[in-house]
Design a protein around this ligand. Sequence first.
Ligand SMILES: *Cc1c(COP(=O)(O)O)cnc(C)c1O
Length: 395
Amino acid sequence: MPGDTTLTRRPGRFGRHGGQYVPETLMPALAELARAHTEALADPGFAADLDVLLRDFAGRPTPLDRARRLEAALDSPAPIYLKREDLLHTGAHKLNNTIGQVLLARRMGKRRIIAETGAGQHGVATAAVCARFGLECIVYMGETDMQRQRPNVQRMHLFGAEVRPARTGRRTLQDATSEAIRDWVANVETTYYVIGSAVGPHPYPELVAGFQTVIGGEARAQILDAEGRLPSHAVACVGGGSNALGLFRGFLDDPEVALVGVEAGGSADGHARTLGLGDPGVLHGAMSLLLQDEDGQVAPVHSVSAGLDYPGVGPQLAHLVDTFRLVAAAATDAEALAAFADLCRLEGILPALETAHAIAHLRALVREPDVRLVVVNCSGRGDKDLDHLPEEVTP
Ligand SMILES: *Cc1c(COP(=O)(O)O)cnc(C)c1O
């Protein structure tokens, strides 16, 4: 039924998506993780520790900030509010999840932490929390991404993490993820794998989205406080789906709030429109929508932003598209770069190139007839992208 966004009875399934497609050796580890997660959620002590870290280390709550000059420039009939996750420590929403998962790892007695990273934001967030708790941290990163996102590699090193280059495939996030899974299979007794988006085998999609739901929870209360009503539209960029789900889950039970996920429309070099153009398939442990070639092989993807060029997407978002609860939109590289420049000039906010995709879609969205109030997730800040901007953006 359209709009039915509840879990099916099988744990870890979102309609036809989700599940656990992993080597047999990982099944006990996933069961152990699911058990620890359930126990942690039932423990008020865990919630209290998490709250303190989110407040004092990360800087929550983040503001909900009205973008009046952007509204004027877009000739928007609707107020536009930015949920300022760019103000979170380490510069993106990623930290909400890494704090939660590293607390979980500590609870489980694991002292070796591994992670994969694309743009480097998840690696930086994981490394920061590991430094905070004195844990060993190894981050897998595609060699191409290491070049594109050098400042983040430096940050990880400063936080004491080891960054291991992934040299297979296109040397981006997908390859780094495969390397991290290989490491986990080999070292599963001692190692906790901190996944950076709402992807992977059960329980990860639920676990990650759960830790990100703080975004939507705050945004819902803040928009009610500011405007006395719910937004007509909640908008977020979609890579794996964690910042989008984090925002959307604050409004899932409000059918009057339209949810819009903006994917990387890319360029002539390709795209990463998994929700919009993908077919069902298995990648990195879960069934979801997936960009594939005619033979069912994972298709090459492209985006100007390193955090969006992933051929898969989290199973819950795929299910929300299946059930018509979520609209999948896209912004091209060029549109995202223009929106990046707009937000800098109009609002004094330097967004991440990932975030700029969500901003870019506003231009089309505000022309739709039923747009009355918009909340956009400003998922991260763009300092990391400055070394890599094309000349037409940097005057
Ligand atoms: C990683 C990242 C994304 C994409 O990841 P999701 O899991 O889809 O949120 C988007 N924005 C920023 C700033 C990021 O760092």
